[in-house]
Design a protein around this ligand. Structure first.
Ligand code: COA
Length: 260
């Protein structure tokens, strides 16, 4: 259990987390529950949701699950309505559902590009849009999980770079449009996080050392680093932070970690 923050900083809050069954967002969901939040998680695969629910319940937390594909607005709307019905409120929305694979632009199909944009960008909009009334009622907040891929250029990742640039635009726009309703909208841009399935899949072992040398703080990130950033942004300590995408990458993007 993370010991940096008081364990009750999210007491009384309900967090709706997409992609909340696994990976970085699964870590954020679990960390929120460890710090007092009641969870509602969604992802395409019910088995991932069931595993997270068991984990959260094992330490006395509450975890409501609703399988939905964030690309499907009606399914998203139904999942959010079910969570509101279950808990009576939603205070924090985390958009973590994402799609990723490595593919050169000249090999990528239009459908491949569009699929990632649909999951990451349109999915983020869908969830924000469908949770607006609940967040307006709670004066809640949104946390969008982004990336640093699009700050420079990341070969083999044109689809994800475009998708995450769109996510950052959503963060900025909604922070302005919905700030007046008391809703804060921020993002987190993780750098290279080593203990995720995605990184294990994307990072060939022989490239690991080479990449490590390009990380200014001398180590890969861990899911716990993102959990800490998310806990901070979700807490009252960040009450005046709105429209920011917090980079959590050890300074990596400034040097460029692309090895292509
Ligand atoms: N390389 C190139 N194109 C790929 C690809 C790859 N590795 N994976 C998917 N695509 C293309 C498909 O070829 C298809 O395009 P086409 O119809 O022109 O052939 C398009 O993307 C949709 O693929 P499909 O598998 O039908 O989509 P899906 O909705 O079932 O799944 C992903 C899309 C991105 C989620 C899937 O690739 C995936 O499961 N990735 C790994 C899991 C993941 O990304 N987790 C998140 C980590 S951040």
């Amino acid at each position: 259990m993370n010991q940096v923050f008081n364990k009750d900083i999210l007491q009384g809050k309900v967090a709706f987390v997409t992609g909340g069954g696994t990976g970085i967002t699964g870590g954020v969901a679990r960390a929120f529950a460890e710090h007092g939040a009641r969870l509602a998680i969604t992802s395409r695969k019910q088995e991932n949701l069931d595993a997270m629910r068991s984990e959260v319940e094992s330490f006395g937390g509450e975890c409501f699950t609703a399988a939905a594909d964030v690309r499907d607005y009606e399914a998203v709307e139904a999942a959010i309505a079910a969570a509101v019905e279950h808990y009576g409120q939603i205070d924090i929305v985390v958009n973590g559902a994402a799609g990723n694979f490595l593919c050169a632009a000249d090999q990528l199909s239009a459908n491949g590009f569009g699929t990632v944009v649909d999951i990451d960008t349109k999915g983020t909009f869908n969830v924000c849009r469908a949770s607006f009334e609940a967040l307006k009622a709670s004066k809640g907040q949104i946390l969008n999980i982004s990336a640093t891929l699009h700050y420079l250029a990341t070969p083999m990742q044109i689809h994800v770079s475009a998708a995450k640039a769109g996510v950052d635009a959503i963060t900025r726009n909604l922070s302005v449009e919905w700030g007046r309703h008391g809703i804060r909208v921020n993002g987190i841009a993780p750098g290279p996080i080593e203990d995720t399935e995605g990184m294990k899949r994307l990072l060939m072992p022989e490239l690991r050392e080479k990449m490590m040398r390009k990380i200014p703080v001398g180590r890969f990130g861990r899911i716990a680093d993102i959990e800490n950033a998310a806990l901070f942004l979700a807490s009252d300590a960040a009450g005046y932070i709105n429209g920011v995408t917090l980079v959590v990458d050890g300074g990596s993007w400034l040097l460029g970690t692309s090895l292509m």
